[in-house]
Design a protein around this ligand. Structure first.
Ligand code: HEM
Ligand SMILES: *[C@@H]1O[C@H](CO)[C@@H](O)[C@H](O)[C@H]1NC(C)=O
Ligand SMILES: *[C@@H]1O[C@H](CO)[C@@H](O)[C@H](O)[C@H]1NC(C)=O
Length: 318
């Protein structure tokens, strides 16, 4: 085999450490090189939020997608280069939008401290700011992520699907060092935003050989969803908000699960084990408990690193 020793070693390193956990990150990472980075990012997200209240949902989901593929390395931000299809164009890209917020933040940060702050850090900060602006908890974001050089549409298959049951969700999260507690807390991100019909339509008809409608969904809720999402509808962008207050970050999501009114099987699945069910009850009854758990798990998720460089433009590798 014509594989050189260094190539073999880097192959080994890449496969063994395609995800690493929190190693080089620190709260004061930019203290000397870009002390204003947090203010700059917050101001940019705030400006965008003033115009469009769906920005927090978009930015939070973007960060989640980023971290679950190749670690939080801003791979989700890359535009097509050459012939390869990037993450952005993979099927789970539904709802991904507001990339302009990160572009604007990067431009403002580059103007203040050129070549220093990674796009992955900007996205992690923007996701925190998005949650704060939507009324959710605040937390300190460890920084020092590097940006990756690879983004593949095919790898979006590694994202958990809305049809997943609890054991599939648990597996997807544990591969990234996240446990069932993180799963329950982070799923609370579904307090914000919108879903297209295609992400939950399977629950509304021909669910399984013995049920037309998913038995875990509230029947009147299913009927109302079926009106917006009739079978074989051609209506583009039809769908439902994930929560009746889709621009406000709160613990309503957990109350909805208990009523059978969450959109995805993956949400409803949180009731299928005693430990996750008890957390759903706890968070439905205490916004404070949810906020503390969410902040803790966000830090954990956003500390999965994977990149190599500080990109000059977030949409292009250097
Ligand atoms: C547990 C596994 C998860 C699954 C299966 C899942 C699945 C989905 C799906 C299917 C959508 C709707 C896409 C569409 O049809 O437009 C969605 C939206 C969303 N997800 Fe998740 N998600 C998961 C975890 C998370 C996490 C961990 C977060 C953040 C902490 C998150 C935040 C969001 C947000 C904010 C939206 C709304 C996006 C918007 O309105 O722009 N999700 N998710
Ligand atoms: C999402 O992916 C589809 C193909 O799966 C593509 O047609 C569409 O343009 C993509 N959307 C974005 C925002 O890239
Ligand atoms: C979850 O789904 C997988 C894949 O379809 C299946 O093999 C497994 O038995 C399911 N687990 C439970 C607890 O239903």
């Amino acid at each position: 085999m014509a594989i050189t020793a260094p190539a073999f070693i880097s192959l080994l390193i890449c496969s063994a450490f395609s995800f690493s956990f929190g190693d080089a990150l620190s709260l004061d990472y930019y203290e000397k090189t870009c002390p204003s980075v947090e203010d700059i990012v917050m101001n940019t997200v705030k400006e965008a939020f003033k115009e469009d209240k769906t920005v927090p949902a978009a930015v939070l989901r973007m960060h989640f997608h980023d971290c679950f593929i190749r670690g939080c390395d801003a791979s989700v931000l890359l535009d097509k280069f050459g012939n390869s299809k990037v993450e952005k164009s993979g099927p789970p890209n539904l709802s991904l939008h507001a990339f302009f917020v990160i572009d604007n933040a990067k431009a403002a940060v580059e103007a203040a401290c050129p070549g220093v702050v990674s796009c992955a850090d900007i996205l992690a900060l923007a996701a925190r700011d998005a949650v704060v602006l939507a009324g959710g908890p605040n937390w300190d974001v460890p920084k020092g992520r590097k940006d990756g050089r690879t983004s593949l549409a095919s790898e979006t298959r590694q994202l958990p699907a809305p049809t997943f049951n609890l054991s599939q969700l648990q597996q997807s999260f544990s591969q990234r060092g996240l446990d069932l507690g993180d799963l329950v807390a982070l799923s609370g991100g579904h307090s914000l935003g919108f879903s297209h019909c295609s992400s939950f339509q399977n629950r509304l008809q021909n669910f399984d050989p013995t049920h037309d409608i998913d038995p875990s969904i509230n029947p009147s809720f299913a009927a109302s969803l079926k009106k917006v999402c009739p079978a074989h509808s051609q209506v583009k962008n039809a769908g439902s908000n994930l929560d009746p207050s889709p621009t406000m970050f709160d613990n309503t999501y957990y109350k909805l699960i208990l009523q059978g009114k969450s959109l995805f099987s993956s949400d409803q699945a949180l009731l299928t084990s005693p430990s996750t069910k008890s957390l759903v009850y706890q968070y439905s009854g205490s916004r404070k408990a949810f906020y503390e758990a969410f902040a803790k798990s966000m830090i954990k998720m956003s500390s999965i690193t994977g990149g190599q460089e500080v990109r000059t433009h977030c949409r292009m590798v250097n």
